[in-house]
Write a protein that binds this ligand. Structure first.
Ligand code: PMP
Length: 407
């Protein structure tokens, strides 16, 4: 039965007692500055399920900005699994993992993730963000040196900051720069951390060379597989499969919020590291664990992925098709993942192109400073296995006309 929400009268605004507070003065000035620089971030409401076609601002639009890479968010088996778990275990998990918040679903999903990634053990976190922050701040301290790719995700950066380790940033995927910096640092207490697929560029980290440097210099390796799980490698197992590598990183960080159509982060590693994280990772210890429906959704998404590698092929061929459509319009585009960056450069032009595309029923993100460097603003298209070729060619043609009408 539908719940009818009646119009709720707005609360009368009460003057804040703290209107003279310095913090409020500072944030007011900061916000004004953000607006002035055209960098204000808005929240857009999407009224339908995440699918190739959405309703947004009362319009039917083609969505090219979702992390729902395999198109599984509305899959009936996943929804049924979520409903069954909710019926059996209720709506919430009732506690943090080390108190009352572990049920059989958590244990089974950890086993499944470890097996899927071919690791001895896995540990769930509430988000990928919390997994990165938790693992890095648990393993590193002020005596550790972390080598971090300059384009790593914000959650890796925040994990490094929280750990108080000395963090040395190397040039993006530049192995000579990384090796120079490792030699200069001369440490036996170091970690290399990298995105597996870079979230704003869509390119893949140089796993073989990073692992070989790590071996040569005795460093631990962490790879963030947020955008590679379900996306790269013949069966969507991620970066190790992509390179057919016989060697694995020490630690994989993942999220179930993208190709796995659910939410929650995870770490795969050997049992010693997982055991340590259970005792030391504060974002694991001090937060209520994931709810039953969420866990069951991730589990079913993994089952579907394992039984249907053709879904991954479909995603990969859709991305190649979309890049090809752009190239036919003389737009440079290529990507080994499902993220296709179309670099515009100027921030204002990029926002204007994205706004014009939005008016033309194409929803994709304009990525600007501080997410990417100044002058490297870009449109960022995210492809789904469920896009039709028709959706993708219409979108590519409209993107090309929008760019040509501005530049
Ligand atoms: N790592 C990368 C590379 C990401 O892009 C994201 C999400 N944007 C995360 C981690 C965080 O994952 P989650 O959304 O599950 O917190």
């Amino acid at each position: 039965q539908r719940v009818i929400v009646k119009n709720i009268p707005p609360l009368e605004s009460t003057p804040s007692l703290l209107s003279q507070n310095n913090v409020l003065t500072k944030i007011t000035a900061d916000l004004q500055e953000i607006h002035k620089k055209n960098l204000y971030r808005k929240i857009t409401k999407i009224d339908t399920v995440q699918a190739p076609h959405i309703t947004c601002h009362n319009k039917d639009m083609i969505l090219l900005a979702s992390n729902n890479y395999l198109g599984l968010i509305n899959h009936p088996n996943i929804k049924n699994a979520a409903i069954a778990a909710l019926k059996e275990f209720g709506t919430g998990s009732g506690g943090s993992r080390l108190t009352t918040g572990t049920n059989p679903l958590h244990i089974s999903l950890e086993k499944k993730l470890a097996q899927f990634k071919h690791f001895p053990a896995a540990l769930l976190f509430n988000t990928g963000y919390m997994a990165n922050v938790g693992v890095i701040s648990a393993l590193a301290d002020k005596n550790t040196i972390i080598f971090s790719d300059e384009l790593n995700h914000a959650s890796i950066i925040d994990g490094c900051r929280l750990s108080k380790a000395k963090t040395i940033i190397y040039q993006h995927n530049n192995m000579a720069d990384l090796e120079n910096k490792i030699k200069l640092a001369d440490t036996a207490n170091g970690i290399i951390v990298s995105d597996a697929v870079f979230s704003m560029d869509g390119d893949v980290a140089n796993l073989p060379q990073i692992l070989s440097l790590a071996k040569r210099y005795g460093l631990l390796t962490i790879f963030d597989e947020a955008h590679s799980t379900g996306v790269i490698g013949a069966a969507g197992r991620g970066i190790v499969e992509y390179y057919n590598s016989s060697l694995k990183p020490d630690i994989i960080v993942g999220t179930m919020s993208k190709a796995l159509a659910s939410e929650g982060g995870f770490i795969c590693a050997d049992t010693l590291i997982i055991d340590y994280l259970k005792n030391k990772a504060r974002s694991f210890i001090f937060s209520t664990s994931l709810s039953p429906a969420v866990i069951a959704s991730s589990m079913e998404a993994l089952n579907i992925l394992e039984n249907n590698p053709s879904l991954v092929k479909q995603l990969q061929s859709n991305t190649a098709y979309f890049c090809n459509c752009l190239q036919q319009n003389n737009i440079t585009a290529a990507s080994p993942s499902a993220i296709v960056p179309i670099v515009i450069g100027d921030e204002k032009k990029c926002s204007l192109i994205a706004d014009n595309l939005f008016a033309d029923n194409i929803y994709l993100s304009a990525i600007r400073y501080p997410t990417v460097k100044t002058g490297e603003a870009r449109l960022r298209a995210a492809i789904m296995a469920s896009h039709s070729h028709n959706d993708l060619s219409i979108a590519a043609n409209k993107i090309a006309s929008a760019i040509n009408s501005i530049t």
